[in-house]
Design a protein around this ligand. Sequence first.
Ligand SMILES: *Cc1c(COP(=O)(O)O)cnc(C)c1O
Length: 383
Amino acid sequence: MLPFIRSDLAQLTAYTPHTPEGLPHAEPTHIDHLDTNESPFDLPAELKQKLGWAFEQEIQSNRYPDGGHAALKQAIAQYAIASAQLSETALSASNISVGNGSDELIRSLLIATCLKNEGSILVAEPTFSMYGILARTLGIPVVSVGRSPERFQIDLDAAQQAIEQTNNPPIRVVFVVHPNSPTGNALNEAELNWLRQLPDSILIVIDEAYFEFSQTTTLPEALQRSNWVLLRTFSKAFRLAAHRLGYAIAHPDLITTLEKVRLPYNVPSFTQIAALTCLAHQQELLTVIPTILQERDRLLQALQTIPQLQVWQSDANFIFVRLKPEANPNPDAMLTAVQQQLKGQGTLIRHVSQGLRLTVGTPDETTRLIERLTAAIALITAA
Ligand SMILES: *Cc1c(COP(=O)(O)O)cnc(C)c1O
């Protein structure tokens, strides 16, 4: 380790984002990317043409992007209002901050709340790994509690105990995902009630990355509470993962703080135009959601016929499965083998939290996934 590097970073390894390295030789279009929960559909050709034209005509590459994001925040506020059938005055641009992916907003929230040993964060595993990863890179302690093995409900007794007993520093932020990744379950009433009774000295982050699939949102309630913040993203249903845009919806005072800690030109000009264009064409882009949900249900039914698998319902565009414990003494080794076999055939899936997380793809991708997974599990559990 170089002598000038912070000592606690020596223990951390870099998060390895998804790279296509190690794949069999194939054109990218021959690979089924069912490991990162994106939309399987690229933007329609006409929209891409529109964006190409905008790139040529509207963007001056030598100029910095709009660092105030006014138009974008305005359009996002309108979308958020419509998405929850709120009144026109329920929220405005002053309730919105945008980031280079919601990952940036997660980091900004951590900087704004916990840095300088002022706070720890609470997560319920298994959940989205970024909260813990980003916290640790900032030297922020991460307290984790579990979930019930049957339905992945947060262990609320353990969570309450963690809130009451964590000092030096106390828990300042609770991160939840609605619906959770990798397990696919939306927050239930018991979990929401627990969040509601937390003191307003604790920030509640509700990550609704999969809102367009779940069609369930805590937005109306979040707007009534100064300590709730919603995160959403353009990386999933809006098909803009390549362009990196997320947004936070919260009380204007929290938004002002997020604006203080962000980098001045965090969202590139092209990304801003792409997001505005997608919002203007939201109806067309979101028409595929019912198809994706139908495919999810078809995948779910097919998975339920594989006898070795335990399969969970999902409120999102992915499904979580595990090997049934009785049949399988070493599930992680077996799941690694299953994942490798599918990778060799060109289907990428995620092995995480002693299970597999399967993104719902196009109908063809789902058909191939069902065939390949059924064969791989039969082969590997027979060995
Ligand atoms: C995919 C995902 C995001 C999106 O992150 P971006 O940085 O906006 O791409 C956020 N939260 C969760 C839980 C996710 O699964």
